[in-house]
Design a protein around this ligand. Structure first.
Ligand code: SF4
Length: 402
């Protein structure tokens, strides 16, 4: 099944995204919404999460669950067990349940609770193995705690992802290489490598803007190095920022990138569900009151249609190795224009055509964002500028990637 074709096919089980807004401290680069954790706030959050599920869920089978944040692993073992009660009964279609964990909060009790409720995959926020950069990013963990957390998780039967970040202010290529080699030596099932983005008024962005830190520099050579080292180590580069051992891709993320439905619950969680794309308000109190009043506070609400889904599936397909097959139901003028573009990208070595599908090459993956802009231009104005405002790639990405 190829990415762009999925928008039209028989609906697979839905994905579920649960957002935990709590963090014990603030990373210097983080622009996500987060709330201060307290026992009362967490208990109230968990109760409201259950209410939101009951309010929104329409009974489809659930194929994947992704619990992100924030810091989901800030919850106690008992609170983690409470989460399972959000979903009544067994989940026979469930193939993957990921929980994002900060190394500091990984404990045997919590992991045992996660294993008991059916979690299959742990994503550890490492970011870097360099103490100096951990401090710069205001990550609270030490290198020893990262290794300790990894060892604890490995003692269970979870699949493991490590998140790494590159292009940090002042980072040299050899330091990034060291991060990659340390990660590879741990032999995780999956690695996500992200280029640092300096957003808005985050402390790191402010310091760089005020020239207190070296300016951010182009991440391309860092990204190329990651591709080279991780491929050599046997990881498949299946999405621009993601590398996996065979059959260890993150199923939840692939599901959303292919434009299948997912229901997001929790403050600031995005959803693509029941013909709409929308985002919960990024405020714990407003979210709580809205759900308890059975009148959820939603933002960026967008009605979905075939053309929008096809366009977004193509854009995200440009970031994946799975290949793009244009849906037959697609508007004919958009379809022809896309095929024309794809042909020119094949000539330039950005894509390959085989078995009725177009596959981004390694070079094409590096240019995915620029190619996406071309796709947006190609879709005619009427199919893009719908009233709800899903007209530009950055907005689309923000809505889709929770
Ligand atoms: S743990 Fe994640 S969500 Fe929390 S402050 Fe750090 S980057 Fe932001």
């Amino acid at each position: 099944m190829t990415s762009a074709s999925c928008a039209n096919s028989t609906k697979p089980p839905i994905g579920v995204y649960m957002h935990v807004p709590f963090c014990a401290s603030r990373c210097a680069y983080c622009a996500f919404y987060k709330a201060v954790p307290s026992r009362t706030a967490i208990e109230s959050y968990l109760e409201t999460l259950k209410l939101e599920w009951d309010l929104r869920y329409r009974g489809e089978p659930v194929g994947t669950i992704f619990w992100g944040g924030g810091t989901p692993s800030i919850l106690s073992a008992r609170q983690l067990e409470t989460v399972r009660r959000i979903f009544p009964g067994p989940l026979p279609a469930l193939k993957e349940w990921t929980v994002e964990c900060s190394p500091l909060t990984v404990t045997k009790d919590r992991l045992a609770a996660m294993s008991d409720i059916g979690v299959t995959r742990i994503s550890i926020g490492v970011e870097t193995f360099d103490e100096k950069f951990l401090k710069l990013l205001n990550r609270q963990q030490t290198i020893g705690q990262i290794f300790g957390a990894y060892e604890l998780v490995r003692n269970f039967s979870f699949d493991i992802n490590l998140d790494l970040m590159f292009s940090l202010p002042g980072q040299k290529l050899c330091q990034w290489e060291n991060d990659l080699r340390q990660a590879i030596a741990l032999d995780p099932d999956h690695l996500s490598t992200y280029c640092l983005t300096l957003e808005g008024e985050t402390p790191l962005a402010t310091r760089c803007r005020n020239k207190m830190l070296p300016a951010e520099h182009g991440g391309e050579k860092f990204h190329r190095l990651a591709c080279e080292l991780l491929r050599t180590a046997g990881y498949e580069h299946y999405e621009v920022s993601n590398f996996a051992r065979p059959k260890k891709e993150c199923l939840h993320n692939v599901h959303t990138w292919q434009m299948h439905d997912w229901l997001g619950i929790g403050p600031s969680a995005a959803s693509q569900y029941n013909g709409r794309r929308f985002k919960n308000v990024s405020d714990l109190n407003q979210w709580t009151f809205g759900i308890r009043d059975e009148n959820p506070c939603e933002e960026d609400v967008c009605t979905l249609d075939e053309n929008l889904l096809a366009q977004d599936a193509i854009i995200f397909g440009l970031r994946m190795r799975k290949g793009i097959r244009l849906p037959k139901s697609m508007d004919i003028s958009n379809r022809n224009a896309c095929l024309h573009l794809f042909g020119s990208w094949c000539d330039k070595g950005y894509m390959e055509y085989r078995n009725d599908a177009h596959y981004p090459t390694e070079r094409g993956l590096l240019l995915a964002d620029a190619l996406a802009v071309e796709i947006l231009r190609t879709f005619n104005e009427s199919s893009l500028a719908n009233e709800d405002g899903c007209t530009d790639y950055s907005a689309v990405s923000l809505r889709i990637v929770n």
